[in-house]
Design a protein around this ligand. Structure first.
Ligand code: SAM
Ligand code: SF4
Ligand code: FES
Length: 351
């Protein structure tokens, strides 16, 4: 797809034409990654964060958040629960938390890999190469690090670096690739200041980076963040340039990501379920997605991992979400994937 073709899909409003995009994405998904929907048990194990991302409720300056870090034993219990619920992968996600040390995390990864058959995906933000290497050596399989937007000026405004450092997620994605991780990235859709042109470039960058996993979801404003208040962050674009953070735009990006990266694993995300709790994830699965990440974080911690308000499944238990997700997948005629479900893109060449 050319830049102009992507742009014209992003601006398309005709339902009949969009139906064609959904059909094409669904067919490409079936051909390249099959009908199985892989489940990843999401463990939000620490909401401590030193960063000041303008969009995220966990940013260090938000004093309204009650902070927690789960113990290794608590995380192991979640991992065992994920196995009992039939999941083949756990995703360990946290804020950028220096209290999560290289050695502690490596030992935890070794325990999960030694005591369970799970694949381990990490999503701990921007960490040193030595940390990433130690965790890979301990057995971690995959790493998720969204580049958030390919517009460097917008990125710098909404994602300030740590003191005296630069934030370069694209370079880190290269490091992860070199270390042999399955590499996942993605963007938020409808960030204030994000233009259609920016979003088209994001999708082109998914292909250029040859991503194994692509996570995209709508930007959802959190009231206790600078980005939610235009006076704090004046990023206004003319209405016909600003990408809406809408459900339909999210489906378009899922579908175009599938066409751009046919063999990638693409989740129907919690942020999408937050916009449409009725059938957002199902529609995502029918328009290019092939993964769901049910939450296995204990409810007493889950409520404090509030990156945006009204997050789906905030009060549910892991068991409830497991049953719910399996029923939704079967209701649309798809099957729950068995085993770790690596990305066919990663398997295509021996990296
Ligand atoms: N701290 C790690 C990081 O930043 O990569 C992992 C956790 S962070 C909460 C995971 C993702 O949440 C981010 O990459 C970002 O895309 C998404 N996110 C944060 N705030 C959001 C918001 N207000 N709306 C939608 N997504 C958001
Ligand atoms: Fe921290 Fe990640 Fe939220 Fe940024 S997006 S404030 S790094 S948890
Ligand atoms: Fe959590 Fe439906 S997935 S209740």
């Amino acid at each position: 797809m050319t830049h102009d073709e992507i742009l014209s899909w992003l601006r398309q409003t005709d339902p009949a034409r969009l139906a064609r995009l959904w059909r094409e994405a669904d067919a490409v998904r079936q051909e390249h990654v099959g009908g199985d929907v892989h489940l990843r048990g999401l463990i939000e194990f620490s909401n401590r964060c030193v960063r000041l991302c303008g969009y995220c409720g966990l940013r260090a300056a938000n004093t309204k958040v009650e902070r927690y870090r789960m113990s290794a034993d608590e995380i192991m219990q979640c991992a065992r629960l994920a196995v009992r619920l039939g999941y083949g992968t756990v995703v360990l996600q946290s804020g950028e938390d220096p209290g999560v040390t290289r050695d502690w995390m490596a030992e935890l990864v070794r325990r999960i890999k030694g005591e369970t058959p799970l694949a381990v995906t990490l999503s701990l933000g921007e960490r040193d190469e030595a940390d990433l290497a130690a965790w890979r050596a301990a057995g971690a399989d995959r790493y998720l690090l969204r580049f958030e937007t390919s517009n460097r000026a917008l990125y710098d405004r909404i994602h300030p670096p740590r003191d005296g450092q630069t934030s370069d997620r694209l370079t880190l994605l290269g490091v992860l690739r070199r270390l042999g991780y399955e590499v996942g990235s993605g963007v938020m859709i409808g960030i204030p200041g994000q233009s259609y042109d920016d979003l088209a470039r994001d999708i082109e960058l998914f292909a250029a980076l040859d991503l194994d996993m692509i996570g995209v979801g709508p930007y959802l404003a959190h009231p206790d963040t600078p980005l939610a208040d235009p006076r704090d962050m004046p990023l206004l674009l003319p209405d016909d340039e600003q990408v809406p953070a809408s459900e339909e735009m999210t489906y378009k990006v899922i579908a175009l990501a599938r066409l751009a990266c046919p063999r990638a694993n693409i989740p129907a995300t919690t942020a999408l379920a937050t916009l449409n709790g009725t059938d957002g994830r199902e529609l995502g699965l029918e328009r290019g997605a092939n993964v769901i990440m049910p939450n296995v974080t204990p409810p007493q911690y889950r409520v404090h991992y509030e990156i945006y308000p009204n997050k789906a499944c905030l009060a549910e238990t892991a068991e409830t979400c497991g049953r719910c997700v399996a029923a939704r997948i079967e209701a649309i005629g798809r099957a729950v994937g068995v085993g770790p479900g690596p990305s066919p893109n990663y398997l295509k060449d021996s990296r």
